[in-house]
Design a protein around this ligand. Structure first.
Ligand SMILES: Nc1ncnc2c1ncn2[C@@H]1O[C@H](COP(=O)(O)OP(=O)(O)OP(=O)(O)O)[C@@H](O)[C@H]1O
Length: 326
């Protein structure tokens, strides 16, 4: 069952900025789904619509089958929200803050047990919020999101302001929530975070979804890369490739969706010339490459369809002759 649904959703601010431009995705029960993108991609603007904080200017959002804004009273008790900026009261202690949160929900978790779980029990429970580290604040905010036993968790940049260790702690808590059956939608601009946590993800750029699926599906749709060093005496113009290649000094880089064909062509060419291809390296795209490609180089796709910067086309094939310069 789809617990969270966005269908062709749009959001235009009063300033005229259209931050969300026709976004569609669905999150299944018990799944962790990440909206991944650079700053300003439209992640928060999208999640806020699902949290019921604003109404979409177009399209449709549903949480647990309900309209999160029009039916807020029914949706809110079943969801937990971690905002990008939690806005905690600085003078309250950790325990006071969580007790206050517990007072606002109908079936609160035991606050002592929850503080234990997020690593803020014992002496840390009596510390004022203003004295907490960034990671501790985030864990307290997460405890507040969890105190009402939510079926759905919205986590906007859950590890913002935390160090590497703090990040791992929060990742552990997110995994525990998933293991308990909670459906999680999170936003992040950290690729590692999406890789670590997400069952499926959508990469956002300019208010749209540039790619979506499991990490494997997203990378499978991106071109593989073959690299090698041009052998001495071989000119770039004699490369036998029917696929476009880029040459930087003596280094050759080929991006291709037909890895096996391109690699076969290169190896046969090298054997015909009796040359060794130093540094030969062929690999499928990593999620990081897909992300960088879609989020940054992808802007070039929008402009001119060139695909990636610095590309030089070398056509040909074996018809080009032996390929060894005189
Ligand atoms: N209240 C607002 N009024 C006008 N424009 C806004 C408002 N909030 C966000 N925007 C604009 O909408 C676009 C998307 O912003 P949004 O915060 O949704 O992106 P994001 O992907 O969550 O980025 P970040 O990781 O920095 O939070 C940006 O161009 C931003 O400037």
């Amino acid at each position: 069952m789809d617990v969270i649904e966005a269908v062709d959703v749009r959001r235009r601010y009063g300033t005229g900025c259209e931050a969300v431009r026709g976004v569609s995705f669905a999150v299944r029960e018990g799944e962790v789904y990440a909206l991944l993108g650079a700053h300003g991609a439209g992640k928060t603007s999208t999640v806020e619509l699902l949290e019921g904080l604003a109404r979409p200017s177009g399209g449709r959002v549903r949480v647990l089958g309900l309209d999160p804004r029009a039916e807020r009273a029914r949706v809110r008790p079943r969801t937990g929200v971690l905002l990008q900026d939690g806005g905690l009261a600085a003078e309250l202690t950790v325990a006071e803050t969580l007790r206050m949160g517990a007072g606002c929900v109908s079936r609160p978790r035991a606050t002592d047990e929850l503080l234990e779980r997020v690593g803020l029990a014992g002496p840390r429970a009596d510390v004022r919020v203003k004295l907490l580290s960034g990671a501790e604040r985030r864990r307290l905010e997460l405890a507040l999101a969890l105190v009402g036993r939510p079926e759905v968790l919205f986590l906007d940049e859950p590890t913002a302001g935390t160090d590497a260790e703090g990040r791992r702690e929060i990742w552990r808590l997110v995994r525990e929530s998933r293991a308990a059956g909670t459906t999680v939608l999170l936003t992040t601009h950290h690729l590692a975070e999406a890789e670590e946590l997400a069952d499926r993800l959508a990469i956002m750029r300019g208010g749209r979804i540039a790619a979506a699926g499991t990490p494997e599906e997203v990378t499978a749709a991106r071109p593989s890369r073959i690299r090698f060093t041009l052998p001495d005496g071989v000119a770039p113009a004699h490369l036998p490739l029917s696929v476009p290649a880029a040459v930087d000094g003596r280094r050759v880089e080929i991006r291709t969706e037909r890895m096996q064909e391109a690699l076969t062509e290169i190896l046969l060419w090298a054997r015909a010339l009796d040359v060794t291809l130093d540094g030969l390296d062929a690999r499928a795209a990593s999620l990081e490459e897909a992300f960088l490609d879609l989020v940054y180089a992808g802007a070039a796709d929008d402009r001119d369809g060139e695909g990636w910067p610095g590309r030089t086309g070398y056509g040909g094939g074996y018809g080009n002759g032996p390929g060894v310069s005189a």
